[in-house]
Design a protein around this ligand. Structure first.
Ligand code: ADP
Length: 778
């Protein structure tokens, strides 16, 4: 047999033509090496590829066995023996991996499949060998690459691991290394050999299991997972596949991203904060790139320019100014160019507010290289402020016009910058022209004002600025050009404030009050004199009062003396006159005696009363206190005077309590009642009347007695003075009974007892009631 390639007869006889042709094509064109052995294992034939694999030409090996050929290492003989053993007759074998030693001495790994064929009843064995050196090399390279990858990963801070999957589906760590010191309370090294389930908490295992399953299904996975107080990011890659291309191992890498997470959260928070601030600022903000394209705007901006919304990507001048080219002197372009903040006030044309104004500030955004990459525009709607400012200007103008007619000096003071504006009159008031004292400043005021008044004025201005007083007002002296001082009334008020509430402009006036001050001085002088006079007057009054008191005392003494002097000669008169009257028979003379008698009686009565009062007023007067039932005593007094009451048809009702016991001078109390009863009769109406005596208890041992009559009554004026000495209210009715001293005596007696007396009447003809308080016996 010469070989299949030369088409042997034997072969043809076994295989039909077509099959043989196909075999021949296969034999010569396959990419595998095909060796044909006889049943003794000797080479019978092999194709070109087989020749290339082993490096031997056909004639060099035909007839030799594999063992003899030198193609195999001895340790592979057992595999070959098995293939050619008698037991395997009729069976195919493989794949077996063998390493062939080529003619050039190289070692080539091959995979061999063998199967027997019969040709002309002879058994042959076909060995198909595939050169797997490239695959092997690739595998080795892959392992090296994987090793490299593991080594690289090991150097990165984190946890590197390999996981295989058991038949029961458990994931087992077959490698665990890394720079993370501990992982869920386990060291990375100690995880090796553990199941994924063992190192995870129940709920975390459930959520991560699916990722591992995906990785075992061939996907590259990355996920983040919280474990205890830390966050980990894990990457899973399929690592090893089996011959069925099924992933049998995955490699994983976990890194602690807690800090990163925190930082991300912080960034998110900061971003949120920034956005919140951005949107809550009540002024408009837009961020532009250096070509003036709008990148970001806040809500206010969107509201202000809603008619051109959305803005993003559009030019600022198109959106905000409805222009096709940038504005002249655009502050944002200037800010980008100069890298410095620019501000300006520009009109804010709006259909709703055609006379609007905005205060625009452009802040350049400078990158790390120092170049301006854009600009932040800060837009403040100052329409209202502008309006107020314009109003203020016109108001100030009007005010100045008004003031120019009043000769008032005016001053304006910018509290923030110190700038001052005075009018001509301000200077004129102190004898200068405005030109003479220019340039003016706050110092100009300081120069002319009296140093004492400057301090006072400064204090008051500060008080006003701080809101303690509504307006500033101070009277100050200012030095006139001639050298004398003039007085000015300085008045002012803060009329505008800065955006942040600081006082800005203060406006004030000066009014020359020198004349008024002069008058004030004179007035003060007059006041002083008057006061001195007043003080003297007081002294004089005291002096006079003393004199009057002395005189009154002298009067009392005189009246007392007079009483005594009058009483003495009255005695004989009173005794003798009735005798003379009796002895006189002449009727006319008898009448005359009667008149004399009445007058003498009046005189006696008057003198007695005078003496009685004088005695009561004397400091030596003593009261003889005793306790007695008042009701009984009053009853006695009524009895004594019963004829008088009856004569005047007057009934009397003593309603005093039986229990009422007074502690008083009984005789003097008699006197009080007698005087009041006499008056009640004297001043009763012609048709009689009714008297009621009553009591009411006061506190502190006093009882108030009331004696009410139905007589002619009194008006208020009479009531006020009836207790004065010698006062007789009813002059029309006074007769010889009237001394005008009865109530004075009653008053004195009551007061000596520590009581009070007063009278009430509802008016003439309406009766009177006399009240007096007296001490009761306790
Ligand atoms: P006279 O001696 O005048 O009565 P009095 O001091 O007793 O002096 O009284 C002073 C005056 O008070 C009387 O003149 C009388 O006008 C008035 N007066 C006193 N009691 C009464 C009374 N009960 N009703 C009206 N007027 C009275």
């Amino acid at each position: 047999m010469t070989g299949i390639s030369e088409t042997t007869v034997e072969t043809e006889s076994v295989l039909d033509d077509k099959t043989f042709d196909k075999f021949k094509i296969l034999f010569n064109n396959t990419s595998d090496g095909i060796y044909l052995f006889d049943e003794n294992g000797r080479f019978v034939d092999y194709n070109k590829v087989a020749e290339m694999i082993c490096g031997y030409a056909k004639h060099e090996l035909i007839g030799q066995t594999l063992f003899e050929s030198g193609l195999l290492f001895e340790n592979q003989f057992s595999i070959v023996s098995k293939i050619f053993s008698k037991n395997n007759v009729g069976k195919s074998s493989g794949p077996d991996e063998l390493t062939i030693i080529t003619k050039r001495g190289e070692q080539i790994p091959v995979v061999i499949h063998t199967f027997p064929i019969n040709i002309e009843k002879k058994r042959f064995i076909i060995g198909i060998a595939r050169d797997i050196s490239k695959r092997k090399k690739a595998e080795e390279e892959k392992i090296l690459a994987q090793q490299d990858m593991i080594n690289t990963l090991k150097r990165i801070p984190g946890h590197v691991f390999r996981i295989t999957r058991e038949d029961d589906g458990e994931f087992i760590f077959i490698l665990s290394e890394g720079t993370i010191a501990s992982f869920n309370n386990l060291t990375t090294e100690s995880i090796k050999g553990l199941k994924l389930k063992d190192i995870s908490s129940e709920e975390s295992f459930e959520s991560i299991k699916s990722f591992y399953e995906k990785a075992f299904n061939g996907e590259e996975i990355s996920f983040e997972i919280p474990l205890r107080n830390s966050w980990y990011r894990t990457y899973l890659l399929p690592f090893k596949v089996n011959e069925h291309n099924k992933v049998i191992e995955i490699i994983g890498y976990s890194i602690d991203i807690t800090e990163h997470k925190k930082a991300t959260e912080k960034i998110k928070e900061n971003e949120k904060f920034f956005n919140d601030v951005f949107n809550s600022i009540s002024d408009g903000i837009s961020i532009l790139d250096k070509d003036l394209n709008i990148i970001q705007t806040n809500k206010i901006m969107e509201k202000m320019y809603h008619h051109n919304f959305p803005f993003h990507g559009k030019k600022c001048f198109a959106v905000y100014q409805n222009r096709s080219i940038p504005c002249e002197n655009c502050p944002s372009l200037k800010a980008i160019e100069t890298k410095r903040t620019q501000s300006c006030i520009v009109p804010y044309p709006d259909s709703e507010n055609p006379s609007g104004w905005i205060d625009l500030s452009s802040y350049p955004i400078i990158d790390m290289n120092g170049s301006a990459t854009g600009v932040i525009e800060y837009v403040k709607d100052i329409t209202e402020r502008k309006k107020v400012e314009l109003e203020l200007i016109s108001q100030t103008k009007r005010l100045k016009n008004i003031l120019s007619g009043t000769n008032a000096g005016t001053w304006e003071w910018n509290i923030q910058t110190g700038e001052t504006i005075f009018n001509e009159q301000w200077a004129k008031m102190i004898g200068y022209t405005l030109e003479e004292i220019s340039p003016t400043s706050y110092e100009t005021w300081k120069r002319f004002v009296h140093p004492d008044d400057f301090q006072k004025s400064t204090d008051l201005i500060n008080k006003h600025i701080q809101g303690e007083i509504d307006q500033y007002e101070c009277e100050c002296r200012m030095k006139h050009k001639d050298g004398h001082w003039i007085w000015v009334l300085d008045r002012g008020k803060v009329i505008s404030r800065t955006e942040n509430g600081k006082p800005f402009w203060m406006f004030g006036i000066h009014i020359d009050i020198s004349e008024r001050k002069k008058m004030d001085d004179e007035l003060n002088k007059a006041h002083l004199e008057l006061k001195q006079l007043n003080d003297n007057l007081e002294e004089k009054v005291i002096e006079r009062t003393n004199q009057v008191n002395i005189l009154l005392k002298q009067k009392d003494e005189f009246v007392n003396q007079l009483g005594h002097d009058l009483k003495n000669p009255l005695g004989p008169l009173l005794n003798l006159l009735p005798i003379l009257e009796k002895t006189e028979t002449d009727g006319k003379k008898q009448q005359m005696f009667k008149v004399i008698n009445r007058n003498v009686e009046y005189m006696r009565n008057l003198v007695n009363k005078i003496l009685q009062l004088a005695q009561l007023k004397s400091p030596n007067t003593n009261l003889y206190y005793e306790s007695f039932h008042l009701k009984g005593e009053v009853q006695e007094i009524i009895k004594t005077n019963i004829l008088m009451f009856e004569e005047h048809h007057i009934t009397i009702d003593n309603q005093l309590s039986d229990e009422l016991i007074l502690n008083a001078d009984k005789l003097k109390i008699h006197e009080v009642f007698t005087n009041i009863f006499n008056n009640a009769v004297k001043y009763s109406k012609n048709d009689g009347g009714h008297i009621v005596i009553n009591q009411s208890h006061d506190n502190e041992g006093l009882v108030t007695i009331s004696i009410k009559d139905e007589g002619i009554g009194m008006d208020q004026h009479q009531l006020d003075i009836i207790f004065d000495e010698f006062y007789k209210a009813d002059s029309s009715r006074h007769d010889f009974q009237n001394s005008g001293l009865g109530l004075s005596i009653a008053k004195r007696i009551v007061e000596l007892h520590g009581g009070q007396i007063w009278a009430e009447s509802k008016g003439p003809d309406k009766g009177s009631t006399f009240y007096f308080t007296l001490p009761t016996s306790t």
